[in-house]
Design a protein around this ligand. Structure first.
Ligand code: PMP
Length: 306
């Protein structure tokens, strides 16, 4: 069971989480006409009277970008303020995850984006490790990631997650922790909720945006950190065979952070993962606001009355 944060933002006001309910006729429920975000926060390890949120601006911008595909205009600044208020009202005491969702909230039949009411809500839950930080096993999915010509992949559209759900369950039910999906060109794409990186001969390689990946914010952070550490980075297509013989492979995302991969199908990856470990440690220090070079990625939210 999840530990939900007590207050949600729903229908333009803050309400107890249990009171935030929608109708069974809600359009988004039937047609997947929704888009979501996901960001992490932690109580400041140095000062429990404040919360640290990672890259709030980028998360709000991406949600507004996703909302455009739903024919819904949402202001990133307004969203940022609602999320700050949300955190202050909830006063979380453990590591947590915030889930904002924009959706067709009108009631009715017929898939469309015009003439249907939209709204958004925000709720949160406590969240520790999403995947084992010590290394996971992956299956190559029999499901293929959608193509941008049939699906707006620069949006984090709820309907797309049927593919992730199928791939995840297929992987888990066949004995693996996670799935890696190929794109329609047969190249490495991403995992069910994470981007993929490989290391070969000291270089960090990840599929580019043209490979039908989600524009991951952790991916962007990892690339920036690596460049600043002097690790060569390359964004280019990755073949399946290159993935299987890589020196290191890791998945990254807001929920998963940096999750090293120890096995893909029957291929065991080397136990020594110097670049993954270096990036993991650096990212962890940044999210705890211990790294002066990345203070602009961390939103410090004071908790009044604490
Ligand atoms: N790909 C998919 C399909 C995802 O759902 C996520 C999680 N949002 C990611 C990649 C990683 O994105 P981020 O680092 O922004 O969380």
């Amino acid at each position: 069971m999840h530990n939900f944060l007590p207050i949600a933002y729903f229908e333009n006001q803050f309400v107890p989480f249990e009171n935030a309910k929608i109708s069974i006729a809600t359009h988004a429920l039937h047609y997947g006409t929704a888009a979501f975000g996901g960001m992490r926060g932690i109580p400041d390890p140095e000062n429990p009277q404040q919360i640290l949120l990672f890259r709030l601006d980028r998360h709000c911008q991406r949600l507004c970008q996703s909302a455009k595909f739903l024919n819904y205009e949402l202001s990133p600044e307004k969203l940022e303020q609602i999320i700050i208020d949300f955190v202050q009202k909830n006063q979380p005491t453990k590591s947590f995850y915030i889930r904002p969702l924009v959706y067709s909230s009108g009631l009715g039949i017929a898939p469309r984006l015009h003439n249907i009411e939209k709204n958004f809500f925000v709720y949160g839950l406590e969240m520790g490790d999403y995947l084992s930080p010590d290394g996971i096993s992956c299956r190559i999915s029999s499901w293929t990631r959608q193509e941008d010509r049939s699906f707006p992949l620069r949006g984090k559209i709820s309907a797309a997650y049927i593919t992730s759900a199928l791939a995840k369950t297929e992987a888990v039910e066949s004995g693996f922790d996670e799935a890696i999906l190929m794109n329609s060109q047969g190249k490495v794409c991403e995992a069910t909720g994470m981007n993929v990186f490989i290391v070969r001969k000291g270089k960090l390689i990840t599929p580019g945006f043209e490979q039908d990946i989600l524009e991951g914010i952790t991916r962007d952070s990892v690339l920036t950190i690596a460049k600043n550490l002097g690790i060569p980075t390359i964004e280019r297509p990755i073949d399946k065979s290159e993935l299987l013989i890589a020196d290191e492979v890791f998945l990254c995302g807001t929920a998963a952070k940096i999750a090293p991969v120890k096995q893909i199908e029957t291929f065991k990856l080397p136990e020594n993962r110097p670049i993954t470990e270096q990036l993991k440690e650096k990212l962890s220090g940044i999210t705890e606001n211990k790294d002066s070079d990345y203070k602009n990625w961390i939103y410090v939210i004071p908790l009044e009355g604490k």
